[in-house]
Design a protein around this ligand. Structure first.
Ligand SMILES: NC(=O)c1ccc[n+]([C@@H]2O[C@H](COP(=O)([O-])OP(=O)(O)OC[C@H]3O[C@@H](n4cnc5c(N)ncnc54)[C@H](O)[C@@H]3O)[C@@H](O)[C@H]2O)c1
Length: 265
């Protein structure tokens, strides 16, 4: 029997793909393996190199640059994608946290400037609004869509110090996911969020790696372990799920005990 991929023949837009050791690249790889044609968007020109690597593996891929905080640039990128493929069936809103090549801003709330707050909300929440706002009318028109928003456990479930804007934005992503899910439910469009915990991406810091070692599963996740969950939510296997947050954190947020595990279990 011929095996079809979970997203066979679908056109999938994935944002935030500029590094091979990232959640975005792993997601693009999983969706390509499952039969999707890809459109990748990032603010960094490196998106074109990532597309080339996936093409070398046999995937159909277009790549586009845009600052997703700027609505006019999002409209232009989506127009390019529609010229390539004529439609977008799957949207993975993954871009956020940091711009390629820049450092994340860690500042205690009492020292946070208005500009830093605005930027934290813009890069993590407005980007997802902008892209979704441009893509969702076409999905409604065709009566089909799968939207997966990359949130985090940080914000919707727990918090870290010096990241109030990130926490607020990622909690906002969950609120937007739920609100949008209701607005589009009758049009064949589902909207879900994933909440990654400690993930061993290229940008993981040493302290975060130790955080991963103290999860119940005893390690950080590989980016592919988030990507496969995104791939499921992007497929028809998840046809009766909408408005949900799926936490992918090795059980970290269900542990009550936060001390060194050798002193307890
Ligand atoms: N790495 C983790 O441990 C972790 C945990 C929880 C959630 N997340 C979330 O997963 C997603 C991917 O994270 P990652 O670790 O793979 O990081 P990453 O730095 O590889 O990915 C983020 C990408 O988004 C792009 N980007 C940022 N702002 C943009 C903008 N305005 N316009 C266009 N592109 C923009 C960057 O250039 C970068 O390529 C992020 O939304 C992040 O918040 C990551």
């Amino acid at each position: 029997m011929e095996r079809k991929g979970r997203v066979e023949g679908k056109v999938a837009l994935v944002t935030g793909v500029a590094k091979t050791d990232s959640i975005g690249f792993a997601t693009a790889s999983v969706l390509a393996r499952e039969g999707a044609m890809l459109a990748l968007v990032d603010i960094s020109e490196k998106v074109h190199e990532c597309a080339e690597l996936l093409r070398a593996e046999g995937a159909t891929v277009s790549s586009h640059t845009a600052d997703l905080i700027q609505m006019a640039q999002v409209e232009a990128a989506v127009a390019e994608i529609l010229t390539c493929y004529g439609r977008i069936d799957v949207l993975v809103n993954n871009a956020g946290m940091v711009i390629f090549g820049q450092e994340e801003d860690f500042t205690a709330f009492q020292d946070l400037s208005e500009a830093s707050w605005d930027f934290g909300i813009a890069i993590n929440l407005k980007t997802q609004f902008n892209v979704t706002r441009c893509v969702v009318p076409g999905m409604i028109e065709r009566g089909y869509g799968r939207i997966v928003n990359v949130s985090s456990v940080t914000g919707p479930v727990v918090a870290n110090p010096e990241e109030a804007a990130y926490c607020a934005a990622k909690a906002g992503v969950l609120g937007m996911t739920r609100g949008l899910a209701l607005d589009v439910a009758k049009h064949g469009v589902t909207v879900n969020a994933v909440g990654p915990g400690w993930i061993a991406t290229g940008s993981q810091a040493e302290g975060e790696d130790v955080g991963g070692l103290n999860t119940p599963l005893g390690r950080s996740a590989r980016p592919e372990e988030v990507a496969t969950v995104i791939g499921f939510l992007a497929s028809d296997d998840a046809s009766y799920m909408t408005g949900q947050l799926v936490v992918v954190d090795g059980g970290n947020t269900i542990q009550e005990y936060k001390g060194p595990s050798e002193l307890y279990y």
